[in-house]
Design a protein around this ligand. Structure first.
Ligand SMILES: [Zn+2]
Length: 612
């Protein structure tokens, strides 16, 4: 499920990116004194080397503590992991502030890039006032904690529902009243966060301004190798490329849901957000059975095939590894198989959200996942291994460059490989006897569109809202109203029950409560199709894009590896050029991929209203 993957993406980013880009906050006594005269290039270089070494060391420490915490949850491991990550974050803030001292120097290219990464790699810049720094950290932890503990206890019932149970109801129930009830129940968990969030924004902005950014949103946008405002425009441009396709999908799903739910779904307005199979209406694949085409079901069920073969967890992972080795990558190291967590232990609590780790930032690769023999986990394994193969590809680069070209790239790689899990691929690896003929493609494409295409406007709007909030364009008095304005504008959904400024619906999303930037998921959704198209062309695939698989193709593998090896050493435009020959992100690859579906949707929608 995307939600699971998103949360774990956050985990990997926090574990690796932030901590890798953060380090010793508090200047030690006896350290280099701040000099009044202008610093020299040699001093700048020495500073960067020290920061790089220290950050790498703290990142490894935080990863080790984080791994133990996630695979053995106790009060003690939580404290130890929090302490290690606080050390890394504080160090990052400290180095970011010190780096501004060298702003006016003309530095060698690699030193200049590292200096830039030190300054703009932070997600949260704590203010230098120790009281305020402590306060912002505490509020951040409290909001994330409140989200994690969030439960809906409906009146008269003894049992309270957590997010997993609510998600299951959202996915499986077809009772509109029950869906609305749990939807409303989950959103109530965020109400107490509202004053905390308001204060958090004030303090986070104060810290960002100390680093020279206009606000925290501008700080987030600064890491994309272009001016923050130009990046915001770039995101708008990509969305405009996709909007017509999304509007077609939206119109089709709306009239099919109207057949099921009657007037609860309007003929030509926004779709009520609780009827789309997911608490945030960000993934609609759970309502596939309500909207599936009559004659175009794919005709095979990978979950049933894996079950029938009695595929165990390790063998599931072997399938994923073999995809990468078929492209020319080396097999995973023996320690991967010894140290990963593949199944849910019976005797202790673990974080089951799948995630990928590179504990020593060199070769200690691992995944953590409670694998079951399902089609969904089969795909998720490919996604996670994408992180691991990326991590290993850039492990020879200097510490500060051991990350993806931008944060969207890391999430896109494994999904790119997963787009190659075509019926023909399943035949090649012996999981399917015969690929269904192309008349069944609409079913496969519609299912994928409900997952990937439906996600895009949500992936975009979460940070559209936060950017406006951090910039002060949305004031606390209009937090919730502005949220729903954006949800309606981009997603074409609205709340099935009246909302007011007593509510704080953005906080019912993990990434808002936990202060994790979200645009990366929008970028990843775009980039994976762009990568898939480029690699399919390299592999000589001339058929429809959704039937191309790069499995076994060394030319495509080499192209992918070239990009992966660059890590964060060059602007992302260079990395994109290495794999696709283009320097701009391009959403037309999604349109190419879904072209047969777009045609089919337009036929289905004839005479029906579109838009909202
Ligand atoms: Zn991921």
């Amino acid at each position: 499920m995307r939600r699971n993957r998103l949360v774990l993406l956050a985990a990997i980013t926090i574990a690796l990116f932030s901590s890798a880009i953060s380090s010793a906050a508090v200047p030690k006594k006896g350290g280099a004194p701040i000099r009044a005269q202008a610093p020299t290039v040699a001093e700048a270089k020495a500073f960067v080397d020290e920061a790089e070494g220290k950050l790498l060391e703290l990142s490894v420490e935080a990863s080790r503590a984080g791994w133990v915490q996630s695979t053995y949850i106790t009060d003690d491991t939580e404290v130890l992991a929090a302490k290690a990550s606080e050390r890394a974050i504080n160090a990052g803030v400290g180095y970011a502030k010190k780096a501004t001292r060298y702003d006016k120097l003309k530095l060698p290219e690699d030193v200049a890039r590292k200096m830039l990464l030190l300054k703009n790699g932070l997600t949260l810049a704590a203010p230098s006032n120790p009281k305020e720094s402590e306060e912002v950290t505490r509020i951040g932890a409290a909001m994330e904690g409140a989200y994690g503990k969030g439960k809906y206890c409906s009146q008269g019932k003894e049992k309270c529902l957590d997010i997993q149970e609510i998600s299951k109801i959202m996915a499986e129930s077809r009772d509109a009243a029950q869906l609305l009830d749990v939807w409303r129940g989950w959103h109530a968990i965020a109400v107490p966060m509202r004053p905390q969030f308001q204060r958090f924004v004030e303090l986070a902005n104060k810290g960002a301004r100390e680093l020279g950014f206009a606000d925290t949103g501008a700080m987030w946008r600064s890491k994309y190798d272009m001016p923050p405002d130009a990046f915001a425009k770039e995101v708008d441009r990509l969305w405009e490329q996709l909007k017509p396709l999304y509007v077609s999908l939206h119109a089709y799903v709306r009239w099919r849901l109207r057949e099921k739910y009657g007037d609860a779904v309007p003929a030509n307005g926004p779709i009520p957000a609780h009827l789309l199979g997911n608490i945030w209406a960000q993934d609609w694949s759970n309502v596939y059975d309500l909207v599936k085409p009559a004659q175009a079901d794919p005709g095979y069920d990978l979950t049933k095939i894996l079950e029938a073969k009695k595929t165990d967890a390790k063998e599931m992972v072997r399938y994923g590894e073999r995809f990468f080795t078929s492209l020319g990558f080396d097999p995973l190291p023996p320690t991967f198989w010894e140290r990963s967590l593949f199944t849910k232990p019976r005797d202790r609590e673990v974080v089951c959200h799948a995630s990928a780790w590179d504990v020593d930032n060199v070769n200690d690769l691992r995944i953590k996942m409670c694998i079951e023999a399902t089609a969904e986990d089969f795909t998720t394994i490919h996604h996670e291994l994408g992180h691991n193969f990326y991590q290993r590809a850039y492990n020879a680069k200097p510490g500060l460059f051991r990350d993806s070209a931008n944060d969207g790239f890391h999430e896109a790689v494994g999904d790119t490989i997963a787009l190659s899990i075509t019926p023909e691929y399943l035949v090649k690896i012996g999981l399917l006897d015969k690929a269904p003929d192309t008349s069944k493609d609409i079913g496969l494409l519609l299912h994928k569109a409900l997952e990937k295409l439906a996600f895009l406007p949500f992936g975009l709007l979460v940070d559209q809202w936060r950017w406006k909030v951090f910039a002060g364009d949305v004031t606390p008095a209009e937090y919730n109203h502005a949220w729903w304005e954006l949800r309606t504008k981009y997603q074409g959904v609205d709340a099935g029950v009246a909302r007011s400024e007593m509510d704080f619906d953005p906080g019912a999303k993990y990434h808002v409560a936990a202060n994790v930037p979200y645009t990366r998921y929008f970028l990843a959704a775009i980039l994976q199709f762009q990568f898939h198209r480029a690699l399919s062309q390299a592999a000589g695939c001339t058929g429809p894009l959704h039937r191309c698989s790069i499995y076994g193709n060394k030319v495509a593998g080499k192209k992918l590896d070239t990009m992966l090896q660059m890590g964060l050493s060059r602007p992302w435009q260079d990395a994109l050029e290495a794999i696709s020959g283009k320097r701009e992100m391009d959403a037309t690859a999604i349109r190419d991929y879904f072209a047969p579906l777009q045609k089919w949707l337009d036929e289905q929608n004839k005479g029906k209203p579109t838009g909202w």
